[in-house]
Ligand binder design. Sequence first.
Ligand code: FPP
Length: 254
Amino acid sequence: MDAIAELESRVKQRAVPRHVGIIMDGNGRWAELRGLPRLEGHREGSQSVREVTRSARRIGVSALTLYAFSSQNWSRPPDEVAGLMELLREYLVKERDEIMGNGIRLAAVGELDKLPRYVKEPLDALREASASNTGMVLTLALSYGGREELVVAVQAIAKKVAAGQLRPEDITEDTLSQATWTSALPPVDLVIRTSGEQRLSNFLLWQTAYAEFVFSPIAWPDFRGREFAEALLHFQTRERRFGLTGAQLRRAGT
Ligand code: FPP
């Protein structure tokens, strides 16, 4: 067994997080350190996307959500935005066989109508083709912002109230969860952020209420299957208390 397979088999012996979210940070710095254009960092980062997705699938993670392009990223220099959109298109076209072959369902969250047609079309095609796959849900957060998502969710709820279909006192946490773009996904168990920064940057604000965080100093282009399995092993050392005490949890046998 090679080193990565051994790490993955160790992860599988304990509780595997159902939903992992990743903030793929550090592509630009990775490239700049090597005297390369920033886009080369994003290109190498696409290879990490492939390898980490494979590893998550082998380990048995049910949902993997990748923060690929934030609502705020539209303000980057136009050539970087265009380069990222090209890379996304390339990924959606080239990865089709891999995604279908591995029984992965591709999903997307964000203000998807803002994406150029040459990204939106292959995205919609792969979402549709993979809709009945049951292996793992791979969600790309594209033109995504957590605050933007909550505004849209609250607007949808307010419309129901205004139309007399919902009483304000009947609004629950579940009402809001159902109105988010991730309504079909379980809550996030683990957020991984690469490249040393320790912040959420508008990623899945509602869904990460009880998530554990693993911050890696490694830049995303160097973050591969081994680093992913190590992050999951790290997660498995944490005691998740959900507001209870450690003693209460031990009594409940969880
Ligand atoms: C953050 O690094 C990364 C992004 C804004 C884009 C992430 C995109 C990819 C990994 C490639 C394409 C995605 C897919 C799904 C194929 P940064 O540029 O902010 O890095 P820096 O902080 O070092 O500048």
